[in-house]
Design a protein around this ligand. Structure first.
Ligand SMILES: NC(=O)c1ccc[n+]([C@@H]2O[C@H](COP(=O)([O-])OP(=O)(O)OC[C@H]3O[C@@H](n4cnc5c(N)ncnc54)[C@H](O)[C@@H]3O)[C@@H](O)[C@H]2O)c1
Length: 465
């Protein structure tokens, strides 16, 4: 009797266990690929009553977009310069703590024969700027800590916002952006310029046209030796803000450059969504080695306990069963790489460290450079066709920065949805804290919140209107 009960119970327990695994499987296509349910460390807060999503948000066209720049350091002055080449804009205010930076930005306007902008230099003056009635767009180029506070405040004052990357540095900030954009019905765009790189745009076009088949796997990265800038005590980043982040957090701190183009190509929150991620980081060696060499072994900089491991690697699984890898390393002596790689059922493309395209049935090797250039010309994105020539002249990372500016202003002037919405800003920035939690817990799978709260299938592909 005892034996027969055991004979019955054991298979039943095994069956129940297997059903349990099936039930917690997070992706649509892959059934028994994990023994663990991703940890829902960041449950989605319910949408406040009366609020709806801002997918494909349209607002009234703005004939002349009146802009206030907050933060005119290295990146901000570059943006001011580029905007002097755009039609239909007026720069009305400049705000920064450093008088020389303000002067430099103001001179750009004056030299172009444009009216000078009002200037602000107090620590909290960005609030006054956001409160001005004659501002349509607040353009944020400060250090990371102020991106979300300024963006939220600006939207609350009825302004549209464009903010440098990353738009947010915590999941809580991501939700603040989403909730404020939904409540105020204002645009909140993260200024992810890499989405407008000519090669990346061509690959978006290739993917849309089906040249690569179903995109199954993609890889992106931000690998940039920033040691010299980060440890520049004289005239590097304001208040050495970037080193502070490297000192305090072990995460992919700057995910959006490699990730943004991939998310648009893979239709994230436009028919697919991220389900969970795992992250792993090497330990930190590079900053200590560099600080020892630059400041001496006994220096304060050499003795600091830098948390950020040199190389962090994150793997993401999507609802439709696709995978994405992203990496971050700004503390190793390596050639620059913003890896952009797509692998589909019909072909493969990559950029960084070298460009290459391989198509079925000859995908064992890259096609010749001549064939690749021909293909890139054939699939040149309509936006590049429209503005590429001027963008190359104005510059900014080879023209992609100006293309981004052009698109933002074009959409605002024509009452069109922006190319990048607040959910993009939240999803791409969220990698920071999600990767941090996974790294902290031996690469534990962490569930990615759905910032659209169920609206991720409302449209089924990215449209640059
Ligand atoms: N998309 C890109 O390719 C790209 C390239 C470089 C930098 N960035 C981003 O741009 C931002 C700025 O970077 P950066 O290199 O110009 O740094 P930076 O240190 O040169 O500039 C930051 C500026 O913010 C100002 N600031 C600080 N506190 C302020 C306050 N309370 N009010 C107003 N201004 C204040 C500082 O005075 C400084 O001029 C960062 O978020 C960075 O990630 C993006």
């Amino acid at each position: 009797m005892k034996t027969s009960l055991k004979q019955f119970l054991v298979p039943m327990m095994v069956l129940a266990f297997l059903i349990g695994i099936g039930a917690c499987t997070p992706t649509e296509n892959q059934s028994n690929d994990t023994l663990f349910t991703a940890q829902e460390l960041f449950p989605e807060p319910p949408r406040p009553e009366g609020q709806t999503d801002v997918i494909e948000l349209r607002v009234d066209p703005i004939e002349t977009v009146r802009i206030a720049f907050i933060g005119v350091g290295s990146r901000g002055t570059g943006a001011v310069r580029r905007y002097t080449f755009l039609e239909g804009v007026k720069i009305v205010a400049l705000c920064d703590l450093v008088p020389e930076n303000l002067e430099k930005a103001q001179n750009i306007l004056v030299e172009k024969g444009l009216p000078p902008a009002d200037t602000y230099s107090g620590t909290e003056d960005w609030k006054k700027v956001c409160e001005r009635e004659d501002v349509d767009l607040v353009y944020v180029c400060t250090h990371w800590d102020l991106h979300t506070p300024i963006a939220v405040y600006a939207m609350e004052q009825g302004k549209h916002v464009a903010t440098e990357v990353p738009a947010a540095i915590s999941i809580d900030e991501c939700w603040q952006l989403v909730n404020t954009a939904e409540k105020t019905r204002r645009h909140c765009m993260q200024l992810e310029n890499c989405n407008y790189d000519f090669f990346e745009l061509a690959t978006l076009n290739m993917a849309r046209e089906g040249l690569l088949g179903e995109i199954v796997h993609a890889e992106g990265a931000y690998i940039h030796d920033l040691r010299k800038l980060n440890f520049n005590t004289e005239d590097g980043y304001w208040d050495m803000w970037r080193l502070r982040h490297l000192e305090n957090r072990n995460a992919n701190l700057y995910p959006t450059h490699g990730f943004g183009p991939l998310c648009h190509i893979m239709n994230i929150h436009r028919g697919d969504k991220m389900e969970y991620l795992v992250s792993l980081s090497s330990d930190q060696f590079g900053m200590t080695a560099y600080a020892e060499q630059k400041f001496g072994k006994d220096s304060d900089y050499a003795k600091r306990d830098y948390k950020k491991g040199d190389m962090s690697t994150t793997l993401i699984k999507t609802h439709k069963g696709k995978s994405i890898l992203i990496q971050h390393d700004v503390t190793s002596p390596r050639p620059y790489s913003r890896k952009h790689m797509l692998s589909g059922t019909k072909g493969f493309v990559q950029k960084w460290p070298i460009r290459g395209i391989a198509l079925d049935p000859d995908a064992h090797s890259f096609m010749s450079d001549e064939e690749m250039e021909e293909l890139l010309a054939k699939y040149e994105h309509p936006i590049t066709k429209e503005v590429g020539e001027l963008a190359r002249k104005v510059g900014g990372h080879g023209g992609m920065d100006f293309t981004m500016d052009y698109r933002l202003i074009y959409c605002l002037r024509n009452g069109l949805p922006l190319d990048q919405d607040v959910y993009d800003a939240a999803e791409w920035s969220a990698i920071i804290e999600l990767s941090e939690k996974s790294i902290e817990n031996q690469s534990m799978p962490v569930k990615v919140p759905d910032f659209t709260r169920g609206s991720w299938e409302k449209v089924n592909s990215v449209t640059y209107h």
